[in-house]
Design a protein around this ligand. Sequence first.
Ligand code: IPD
Length: 275
Amino acid sequence: MSTPPIPTRTELLETALAAAHRAADIIVAARRDRAFTVSAKNSADNLVTTTDIAAEQAICATIRARFPHHRFLAEESAPTVTPADLHEPLWIVDPIDGTTNFIYGQTHVAVSIACALAGEVQVGVVHAPFLSDTYAAVRGGGATRNGHPIHAAATTALDHSLIATGFPYGTGGRAPLVRRLGAVLERCRDVRRFGAAAIDVCMVAAGTLDGYYEDVHPWDIAAGGLIAREAGAVTGHIHPRPERAPLPSDLDGTNFIVAAPGIFNDLRGLLAGAF
Ligand code: IPD
């Protein structure tokens, strides 16, 4: 059997956009018709809806129709990867980033889709239907919001920076994060907590935030991370990654940080010292 050809980045981007819009139609209709039910995943605060599942199925079906051999790392149906998966074209999917926002009728809700080859993200799309924002990037090709190029902020001072973050589900692990938050509040202009990591990362890309940090999953940051890098922001990790980290850097949401280039090192130093 011959190996299928590696698709072009343009083909990957078109597919990601088509899948994101199909999922968004499902999300918007479910909210309009109040047609979803909610259940708890691994903790009482980590919620999933029937819309998360339906949107993820639509995304995966759209991608599979075009690329039947590609693999998935998807929040609801395929949340783990094997080393073998990383050697194949891999789609990283969050059907609803901001599930709690979706349930509460808030607007910060996004579909996040990335495609990685050999562990490097090649295309990323973050589509926020209630904000009418579609962020997209192709590796080496710049980043856009609604088709217009975006650029990270020119901020160079932490005390003039607006920083977003988030917190894990369940109250158990939050105390050290509150100490870290205190350090940011003492040093930076202010803090935001919007509730959808993919949008936070894209806001850093667009210069409407100066930085964002949180411990998150690959599907929260794979697409947004590329969009941010392509917009001139810097992505990385608050603490050095272990030599044999299970995931490549582009997919590793542990200790994730993204910031405007002029404050990245200072913000990382502040966060590392405050935990
Ligand atoms: C969550 C959101 C939230 C962040 C959480 C994520 P989900 O994603 O991105 O902003 O603080 O850490 O898990 O569960 O809504 O897809």
